[in-house]
Design a protein around this ligand. Structure first.
Ligand code: C2O
Ligand code: CU
Ligand code: CU
Length: 490
């Protein structure tokens, strides 16, 4: 989609993003203006991984904790983080590796930790059923059973997901394997292999996060007017000259982002949610909805030391941000060429499906009277809101299924949605009857549906039985009940 269309859609859907009206800080007020944008170095979350010493069997440890973070030079914001005041360490593991974790909840609310994109037994999925009570410790123990990919982790407690993520809980989860080892790709974490967790926030005048959910916020998502990159406002990063790899996560609650570089400089997409594409795809822009990831390569080989460029982000709501500055250093990057082939990726074939199911992501149930002015919205999947005691879909272990997902928006309330399935990586068979774009043709766990879009997914439910979630990854929609449960039975 072109920039113009992206912005135009935003204007139609969100003529009324009312910042300022409720006492939120505007980036334009003197109080909030960063004296020196691009003066803080990009924060790189620390790595959390096994020590490599074979006798070391200590678990990877996460502590869910309260903190305070300085977004603005003149005041602190109360936050939540894993092992720190904001976000969490980047967990890095290898395929086939046994991973033991220890998650301690030291906040005064229940929480969970969900490994988004990871194929693990249901009891370790970290969905709403795996509650960690305040003061308790949860000890997942699983074996990585999937190819190299950039995944992430975040809380998933019933009705609290949006709030917990907003306050700071999210981290990356990287898997490497024998194939990712051999590809000529940047792999120096934080130097030329750079995690970028993109989120937007709004703040009250006292610098606290403005996580309030009016009916408007529930319908459109809580959309911010400040853009955070790894928890910071307008950071800069130095890049060695040559190829840099960015692992992009749209970690926002509900925003759709369009990413591009200044002067529309080209870049390559090399991976989608669940792993590498077969070959790099050259683009000038990339759209990710909440929860989606992509890995991209940017080639600064033709630039000169000292050159600066910007990563720009359009938010589906009309804002455009200069997200961060990239400064080309006088160092030479290890990689100077964009690889030509990544890895062979097979796609699931339609004819292998055991059955097809239909899912309507609804803003209003058919025949309904629309949203009452007094509340009572109708965000639902197939007319139902999430009920932890109800299993919506049951499938035998080993099944291959086509899920036909439709965004059935009421004419008066055209909302996008993004469908996410736990447990599996799927293929998109088609989007509105068309073969998906190359960047959507690989392994996916989350897919954006614009109003009235119809997407057919195909997935195999292998290895593990138990209860998993599927839901809209706009977290305010999820928390409002746009979620269901599937059970894989043995
Ligand atoms: Cu990213 Cu059910 O979650
Ligand atoms: Cu998930
Ligand atoms: Cu939604």
């Amino acid at each position: 989609m072109h920039r113009r269309d992206f912005i135009a859609r935003s204007a139609v859907a969100l003529g009324m993003a009312a910042f300022g009206k409720y006492g939120f800080i505007s980036p334009r007020t003197a109080a909030a203006a960063q004296e020196n944008p691009f003066s803080n170095q990009l924060y790189i979350p620390p790595l959390l991984e096994k020590s490599g010493v074979s006798t070391d069997i200590s678990p990877l440890s996460l502590v869910v904790q309260k903190g305070q973070h300085e977004f603005f030079s003149n005041g602190l914001t109360d936050t939540l983080g894993y092992n720190g005041s904001i976000l969490g360490p980047t967990i890095r593991v290898r395929n086939k590796e046994n991973v033991r974790l220890q998650v301690q909840n030291s906040i005064d609310q229940i929480t969970t930790v969900h490994w988004h994109g990871l194929h693990v037994p249901a009891q370790w999925d970290g969905g709403p059923h795996q509650v960690i009570e305040p003061g308790e410790v949860w000890k997942p123990d699983f074996t990585i059973n999937q190819q190299a990919a950039t995944l992430w982790y975040h809380p998933h407690a019933m009705g609290l997901t949006g709030e917990h993520v907003y306050r700071g809980l999210a981290g990356l989860f990287i898997i490497e394997d024998e194939i990712s080892d051999t590809l000529a790709l940047p792999r120096n974490y934080g130097v030329d292999d750079i995690p970028l967790i993109i989120q937007d926030r709004r703040f009250f005048e006292d610098r606290s996060f403005a996580y309030v959910r009016s009916m408007h916020d529930i319908m459109h998502g809580v959309l911010g007017n400040f853009l955070l990159v790894n928890g910071g406002l307008k950071p800069y990063a130095e890049l060695p000259r040559g190829i840099a790899r960015f692992r992009l996560l749209n970690g926002s609650n509900s925003s759709i982002y369009r990413f591009y570089f200044s002067d529309d400089q080209p870049f390559h997409v090399i991976a989608s949610d669940g792993g590498f594409l077969s070959t790099p795809v050259g683009v000038q822009e990339l759209i990710l909805s909440a929860g989606e990831r992509a890995e991209i390569l940017f080639d600064s080989g033709a630039l000169s030391p000292g050159d600066r460029l910007r990563l720009l982000v359009d938010q589906y709501s009309g804002n455009t941000y200069e997200a961060m500055e990239l400064r080309i250093s006088d160092k030479r990057a290890e990689q100077q060429e964009v690889v030509s082939r990544l890895r062979e990726q097979s796609r699931l074939d339609e004819s292998s499906a055991d059955r097809t199911r239909n899912f309507a992501m609804e803003t209003m149930s058919p025949g309904g009277r629309g949203m009452g002015m007094m509340g009572g919205n109708r965000l639902a999947i197939n007319g139902k809101k999430m009920d932890m005691t109800r299993i919506d879909v049951t499938m035998p272990l080993g099944s291959t299924e086509i899920w036909e997902v439709e965004n059935r928006s009421a004419t008066m309330m055209q909302l996008p949605h993004s469908m996410h399935l736990h447990d599996v990586q799927f293929n998109i068979l088609d989007r509105n009857g068309q073969f998906p774009d190359p960047i959507e043709a690989g392994r996916k766990d989350t897919v954006l549906l614009w109003p009235n879009d119809k997407v057919r997914l195909i997935a195999q439910f292998l290895d593990y039985t138990g209860i998993y979630m599927f839901h809209c990854h706009m977290l305010e929609h999820e928390d409002d009940g746009m979620m269901g449960q599937f059970e894989v039975v043995g």
